[in-house]
Design a protein around this ligand. Structure first.
Ligand code: T46
Length: 139
């Protein structure tokens, strides 16, 4: 699955911690957009889609949440509860964010501007997109 957990290096001193994120360094793409979610209701499930092109890094700045991931072959759940850790997601990963703690603040760094046309919101369409992609690559 084309995902990875990235450990950032906090600059800690006797005042506390500071994490710096720079495009193409800690974040493996040029950053075009940042958004974040908070006050997520306890049983909310967000996401439920994949992307055609977009790459993203998710950082839970405060509190915790879980991300269910599925690339059409394997599934896994990742817990995000550290502000010094980022979850890189390539485009072709179905994602669902759930189990938000009441104090969760989830920040997302994205490789492109918001574009509804980039979303694959139907799971069957996601599997068809994967099949087409693998045919193109000759697999
Ligand atoms: C993703 C996961 C991790 C905008 O106007 N601009 C934006 O940049 C975004 C992200 C959203 N919106 C609007 C569109 C909807 O009316 O905000 C509303 C909520 O967005 P959405 O339902 O897509 O949010 P999530 O939490 O289901 O998904 C988001 C991202 O959209 C998505 O790319 O991978 O977080």
């Amino acid at each position: 699955m084309d995902i990875k957990l990235i450990q950032f290096s906090p600059h800690g001193d006797d005042r506390g911690q500071l994490v710096a994120l720079e495009e193409t360094r800690e974040i493996p793409f040029p950053i075009k957009r940042v958004y974040y979610m908070y006050k997520t209701v306890p049983d909310a499930v967000r996401g439920k889609h994949a992307h055609r092109k977009l790459e993203q890094v998710l950082v839970c700045l405060h509190g915790s949440c879980k991300v269910r991931l599925d690339d059409g072959k394997e599934k896994q759940v990742v817990l995000l509860d550290k502000p010094w850790e980022g979850l890189y997601l390539s485009n072709v990963v179905w994602r669902e964010m759930f189990d938000f703690s009441p104090d969760a603040v989830l920040m997302v760094l994205a490789s492109d501007y918001y574009d509804e046309a980039d979303y694959i919101r139907n799971y069957g369409d996601f599997l068809a997109f994967l099949r087409k992609q693998s045919e193109k690559e000759g697999n």
